[in-house]
Ligand binder design. Structure first.
Ligand code: PLP
Length: 432
């Protein structure tokens, strides 16, 4: 038999810090040995020991069609047969930009990069270059990747400048970021009243999904745009996670259906637009986007930007994601969240299901939560036993209570049935 997960984790830790290439994969908040995956197909992933799990991580979002979708795999194979990377411009990059611009009206121009971190980092540089200002506003509990200024943590009190959120982030850089409580327009007004002339942009997850799912209150995004614009600042709506996942036009499209539609100046995308390969993007108003090099003075570049395999995967994914796919995501989210919620209720475990379009997560609290302080105050400890019971029963959940759950359109009756069957025992474990 080949090596076990335990053996591989020992070996990995001797070669790679913590044994992982991205921290949450280490199971730090749930304990135990991470599963070493060797293949994935449809709604399933298989580990090195040959165990198959119904997957609710979906590569942290990209796999809306399910893993290894035949049309996506074929598009990538076809692209690979014509060359892996040219370091030159390709027709497919324009097709991907056009497709995104057709679906998301505020995107008039789009620049492809490779990761969500690069996309938000570029958006911030662009906002600073455009406005000639330095300060950035972000919200506590929102994640925008791991660039220095966006790893800032809230200081004490409202409208105070941030502290470094990681060792290695210079205090002077963190001090250019104001961290505010989410869904709190008074805090936003106060920040702009005190520092408005220095603020280049507000960056906000279109709907928060990195402290568990926390949707914006009605008109929150629209009001943010109004307040920022009144002070000459921009709004960067981060759709790296929600884009083409929360709905066919991302979270922007969800709100566009209701009164209170908003028009951000810049938007960032990632995850789904790469279909599982590294593509991300920054897009938005033409006059701002055209400040980017080579047209303007704001520098940005990338050896692998617009890589032909990655763009092929993204295009194939977005083209295959028709109305039926989004209807399936909706339906599957509802089936899973209802089954788990019923099981938790049957065990008397206080919880709420938090939705944002097809995204959802559970909070172990009496009431829904609206900001990070409330999200952190839940019964976090209930998640580890819940997670491990599900895992033992062949269901792979995100290994932290502060992550969204990701269904795919490939979760069929058999896969959903396994989750539904596993829920009661997991709820019992959470109740203990
Ligand atoms: N922005 C949001 C909203 C995200 O959820 C993430 C990653 O999860 C990022 C940015 C960073 O993307 P990446 O991990 O591709 O750098």
């Amino acid at each position: 038999m080949s090596a076990t997960n335990d053996e591989l984790f020992d070996r990995a830790r001797a070669a790679i810090p913590g044994g992982v290439n991205s921290p949450v994969r280490a199971y730090g908040s749930v304990g135990g040995t991470p599963r070493f995956l060797v293949s994935a197909r449809g709604p399933y992933v298989t580990d090195v020991e040959g165990r198959e799990y119904v997957d609710l991580v979906a590569s942290w979002g990209p796999a809306i069609l399910g893993h290894a979708h035949p049309e996506v795999v074929e598009a990538v194979q076809d692209a690979a047969s014509r060359g892996l990377s040219f370091g030159a411009t390709t027709p497919a990059e324009t097709e991907l930009a056009e497709l995104i611009e057709e679906r998301i009206a505020p995107v008039e121009r789009l620049r492809l990069v490779s990761t969500g971190t690069e996309a938000t980092m570029t958006a911030i540089r662009l906002a600073r270059g455009f406005t000639g200002r330095d300060v950035i506003v972000k919200f506590a509990g929102h994640y925008h990747g791991h660039s220095d200024g966006l790893l800032a943590e809230a200081g004490s009190g409202l409208a105070t400048f941030a502290l470094p959120g990681s060792a290695g982030v210079p205090a002077d850089i963190a001090a250019l970021t104001l961290v505010l409580p989410y869904n709190d327009l008074d805090a936003v007004r106060t920040a702009f009243a005190e520092h408005g002339e220095r603020i280049a942009a507000v960056i906000v997850e279109a709907a928060a999904a990195n402290m568990g799912v926390v949707a914006p209150l009605p008109r929150f995004n629209a009001s943010l745009v109004e307040i920022a614009h009144a002070h000459g600042a921009l709004v960067i709506s981060d759709e790296v996670l929600t884009g083409f996942r929360a709905g066919p036009r991302g979270w922007w499209g969800v709100e566009a259906e209701f009164p209170g539609a908003y028009t951000p100046d810049l938007l960032t995308f990632g995850k789904v637009i790469g279909g599982g390969l590294p593509v991300a993007a920054v897009g938005g108003r033409r006059d701002i986007m055209e400040r980017l090099a080579p047209l303007g003075p704001v520098y940005q570049a990338g050896t692998l930007s617009g890589n032909p395999l990655a763009v092929a995967a993204g295009l194939a994914t977005l083209r295959a994601a028709d109305d039926a796919v989004y209807a399936a995501l909706d339906r599957n989210a509802e089936i899973v969240s209802n089954a788990v919620s019923d099981a938790l209720s049957a065990e008397g475990v206080a919880h709420a299901v938090q939705y944002a379009g097809t995204l959802f997560s559970f909070v172990f609290a009496e009431q829904p939560v609206f900001d990070y302080a409330q999200a952190k105050a839940q019964d976090v400890w209930r998640y580890a036993p819940f997670f491990h019971s599900m895992l033992e029963q062949g269901v792979s959940l995100p290994p932290s209570v502060f992550e969204a759950w990701f269904v795919t359109a490939a979760h069929d009756e058999a896969a959903l049935g396994r989750i539904v069957d596993a829920a009661p025992a997991a709820a019992k474990a959470a109740a203990a």
